[in-house]
Design a protein around this ligand. Structure first.
Ligand code: ATP
Ligand code: MG
Length: 137
């Protein structure tokens, strides 16, 4: 079974949406095999979003991701990477399909409630950055 890395972002934890988002993930056939609520450090946010460091929105994005607690997760299921991205919807909530996490809950292209890995390769890197092997069960 494939694994992907997911984050419930600060805009969603602030509005107490963790349970609703987890229900959507589980209803889609994804199993939450690791999960913890953390406050991301500036260094973690900068490293995690390192591919975007030349983008104009990078400083704001780091500020947002460290603005409150996040829930980091490992999800497992058939085609988990794509399935999770389907459940999340498009990056910009305005462009997201009806019934997706970002359409239902996203506040803006930045505060879009959820992150999901974009490939199995990146999923492995992102999972290893936040979880020890023994935490994934
Ligand atoms: P994610 O990586 O969170 O799954 P994504 O892959 O759909 O989202 P990316 O293009 O990788 O989107 O951007 C990473 C994150 O950076 C987005 O989820 C969003 O929070 C933020 N972001 C992307 N584009 C913009 C933008 N134009 N303005 C502000 N924030 C942005
Ligand atoms: Mg991305």
């Amino acid at each position: 079974l494939e694994r992907t890395f997911s984050i419930i972002k600060p805009d969603a934890t602030r509005r107490n949406l963790t349970g609703k988002i987890n229900a959507m993930l589980e209803d889609a056939g994804l199993r939450i095999i690791a999960q913890k609520r953390i406050r991301m450090t500036q260094e973690q946010a900068e490293t995690f979003y390192g591919v975007h460091k030349e983008r104009a929105f990078f400083p704001d994005l780091v500020k947002f991701m460290t603005s409150g607690p996040v829930v980091v997760q490992v999800l497992e299921g058939e085609g988990a990477v794509l399935k999770n991205r389907e459940v999340m919807g498009a990056t910009n909530p305005a462009n997201a399909e009806d019934g997706t996490i970002r359409k239902l809950f996203g506040e803006s292209v930045e505060a879009n409630s959820a992150h999901g890995s974009d490939s199995p390769e990146n999923a492995a890197i992102e999972i290893a950055y936040f979880f020890a092997g023994a935490e994934i069960v």
